[in-house]
Design a protein around this ligand. Structure first.
Ligand SMILES: Cc1cc2nc3c(=O)[nH]c(=O)nc-3n(C[C@H](O)[C@H](O)[C@H](O)COP(=O)(O)OP(=O)(O)OC[C@H]3O[C@@H](n4cnc5c(N)ncnc54)[C@H](O)[C@@H]3O)c2cc1C
Length: 624
């Protein structure tokens, strides 16, 4: 019997080759084949079952996650799959360790003979790394460091923040070693999500480690206790930073596309109002308000995917330059990756919540998959640099660039547009009709002009303060907004570069052009105040952009289901009744409800104890 597909009609409407779009989304045919194979392997393996997660206690959830991780590791070895992406421990050794240390620690870490974490944040300090209080004091008599928290002892000299490898637990019985207090920080946001793992709480009480366990890639302490910078330039650590941020941006496109896939499929199944003569009600995806909330998110998922792809290239480029002792692009790369981390993660966190609302009341059910996705995703706005703190770093870079404009120092890479600041500060947008807003060069210039003008205005306003730091503190909000404008320009320009490539497949490029226009014009609409206030466009041109956006939504509509099918997500990966590939939502929602332990008895536990006595009592009306 042929399987039911409630989305079949939607899929027939698609105007492009979905299989080809899957390859564009994955980045290459090979990447597509690998991700498809791994996703199917995981989906068909009962150990990776996840439909019961929200019913498990914290301890069972944690243990179940360990079981899955161990099984995943076993399967990776059995099937000879290549590297997993390791979060922070391995990148820290790679980025901060010297060659000898890398040779010693990395093979063990890759084989999981040692499992590490990255412990930097303290209760008192996260963003302000210089404010960390744990100390490492060198003892020349024993050739050891004494690691201690909080600050009690010191040799009187502060040499800044450095990485150390400290063994926390015994490799035999997993007990914490002497002087180490280690545990879990406590229950975290949401059910499932980060509660499936332990985020550590850790204290050191005069813990001694050999001197060579200080990560000595960029600075070192000699046998005599002399602190020295190594010959290797400090900037080398930036390679690791670009790698980690590139991964975070790629994760943003995954989380966002996952939420959008659920909301789009459900919006095509869900019907409300509009029935004529007993006919079917309107699919909610046909409401313009639904489209104007959903389609920009769909377009953002593609935009983040492409900028993430470009970041992979940037990582290779930076690595090659660093090896050749060329540090010229580092400030720009640092600002660009910090900004992209901030903007893509904030947008994704907001988008997941919007997708929950787009699914109405059912979006609030755990079985929609959205609550856990939200809980898992939102800390990305905080870890690896708080998003606001990162934007302010970008703003500092922008202010420096503006201040150097007259000096002959040419801005490079993603800030190269500032070379044309004279033009961008006075150019006029030439849009007269709605279709003028479809031209990539028109959009690009509007975004460049907005970013340049906001930065230059901030730089001018800073001069009104007695000193730069005071100005920076007072104007922080404007500066963060200027940084957002700069980063959105980067995303828009990388989408344009993607469209300039050869993209095969019937109708594929056309769909991407439509999505590009939706992405850029919806941003323009959202930030209309910036564009108009900085004089980049007139209010009328803003209204015309909105008109064009409405037309674009109608073009996305018939392709919406196919555009989310192109993500190639298995039902197992989505973990959502609402986002099922076949759209068979209602019977499955009903089935899910009966799995809840509350439904194990028809009379809930607690009724006889608490509710019945109230119902059966003779209520005495008291006179006050
Ligand atoms: C799920 C999760 C996993 C984590 N994993 C790790 C890990 O493995 N290892 C590790 O070491 N740490 C980890 N962390 C900690 C994380 O890196 C820090 O929480 C993060 O760097 C933010 O620092 P903070 O907590 O000090 O925030 P704060 O800096 O205290 O932020 C509080 C508020 O102050 C604002 N703020 C701070 N400074 C400024 C400023 N200069 N100007 C304007 N506003 C400012 C922020 O925007 C924010 O709104 C993890 C955190 C989470 C949530």
């Amino acid at each position: 019997m042929e399987a039911l597909d409630y989305h079949a009609e939607e899929r027939r409407k698609a105007e492009f080759d979905v299989e080809e779009m899957k390859i564009v989304w994955a980045g290459s045919r090979q990447a597509y084949e690998i991700s498809d194979r791994v996703a199917r392997l995981v989906a068909s393996d009962p150990v990776f079952r996840k439909d019961n997660r929200t019913m498990l206690s914290r301890k069972d959830l944690f243990k179940d996650t360990l079981r899955k991780a161990a099984h995943a590791w076993k399967r990776i070895i059995e099937l000879r799959l290549s590297d997993l992406h390791w979060g922070m421990f391995i990148p820290a050794i790679k980025g901060q360790g010297n060659e000898e240390q890398q040779q010693k620690w990395l093979p063990m870490a890759y084989k999981m003979q040692i499992i590490g974490c990255y412990a930097q944040t303290e209760l008192g300090h996260g963003s302000n790394v210089q404010g960390l209080e744990t100390t490492a004091t060198f003892d020349p008599e024993t050739d050891e460091f004494v690691i201690h928290s909080p600050t009690l002892t010191s040799n009187g000299q502060d040499h800044g923040v450095h990485g150390f490898i400290v063994q926390l637990r015994s490799l035999d019985d997993h007990l914490p070693l002497p002087g180490i207090t280690v545990g879990d920080i406590g229950m975290k946001f949401g059910s499932g999500a980060y509660n499936s793992m332990d985020n550590g709480v850790l204290r050191f009480d005069h813990v001694r480690i050999p001197r060579d366990q200080m990560l000595m890639g960029v600075s070192q302490v000699t046998r005599e206790g002399k602190f020295m910078q190594s010959d290797v330039p400090r900037q080398l650590v930036y390679g690791t930073m670009v790698y980690v941020r590139q991964k975070i941006v790629a994760d943003a496109s995954c989380a966002l596309s996952r939420a959008v896939c659920i909301a789009t499929r459900y919006s095509a199944v869900r019907r409300q109002f509009g029935s004529h003569n007993g006919g079917p009600e309107t699919q909610v995806i046909d409401y313009k308000t639904q489209q104007s909330r959903l389609f920009p998110l769909l377009a953002s998922a593609y935009a983040f995917r492409f900028v993430g792809e470009w970041l992979k290239w940037l990582y290779t480029d930076v690595t090659q330059r660093l090896q050749a002792n060329d540090f010229s692009t580092l400030p720009e790369v640092h600002a660009c990756t910090a900004g992209l981390k901030s903007v893509t993660t904030s947008a994704t966190a907001d988008a997941i919540e919007e997708c929950r609302k787009l699914c109405g009341g059912h979006g609030y059910l755990s079985s929609s998959g959205l609550p856990e996705l939200f809980a898992v995703y939102v800390p990305a706005c905080t870890y690896e640099g708080d998003n606001v703190v990162l934007l302010l770093q970008v703003a500092r870079f922008l202010m420096k660039t503006v201040s150097q404009l007259g000096s002959g120092k040419k801005p490079v890479g993603t800030i190269a547009y500032m070379r044309r600041s004279e033009h961008l500060l006075q150019c006029r947008c030439e849009v007269e009709r709605a279709e003028d807003w479809l031209k990539p060069n028109v959009i690009l210039e509007a975004f460049e002009a907005r970013a340049a003008r906001m930065s230059v205005t901030c730089a001018k306003n800073l001069n009104n303060f007695p000193n730069q730091e005071e100005g920076f503190a007072q104007l922080a909000t404007d500066l963060a907004e200027a940084a957002v404008a700069h980063v959105q320009l980067i995303i828009v320009s990388k989408f344009i570069e993607k469209l300039q490539q050869d993209i095969p497949g019937k109708g594929v490029k056309r769909q991407l052009e439509i999505l590009f226009n939706v992405y850029a014009l919806s941003l323009l609409h959202k930030h209309l105040g910036d564009f108009v206030a900085s004089g980049c466009i007139t209010p009328k041109q803003g209204a015309i952009a909105n008109e064009q956006l409405r037309l674009l939504y109608s073009q996305v509509r018939p392709n919406a289901i196919a555009l989310v099918d192109a993500f190639n997500y298995t039902d197992h990966y989505l973990g959502s009744v609402l986002g099922r590939y076949d759209g068979n939502v209602y019977p499955k929602l009903y089935e899910e409800a009966w799995k809840d332990p509350l439904n194990e008895t028809v009379v809930p536990d607690g009724y006889h104890e608490y509710i019945r006595p109230i119902l059966k009592q003779h209520i005495r009306v008291a006179r006050l």
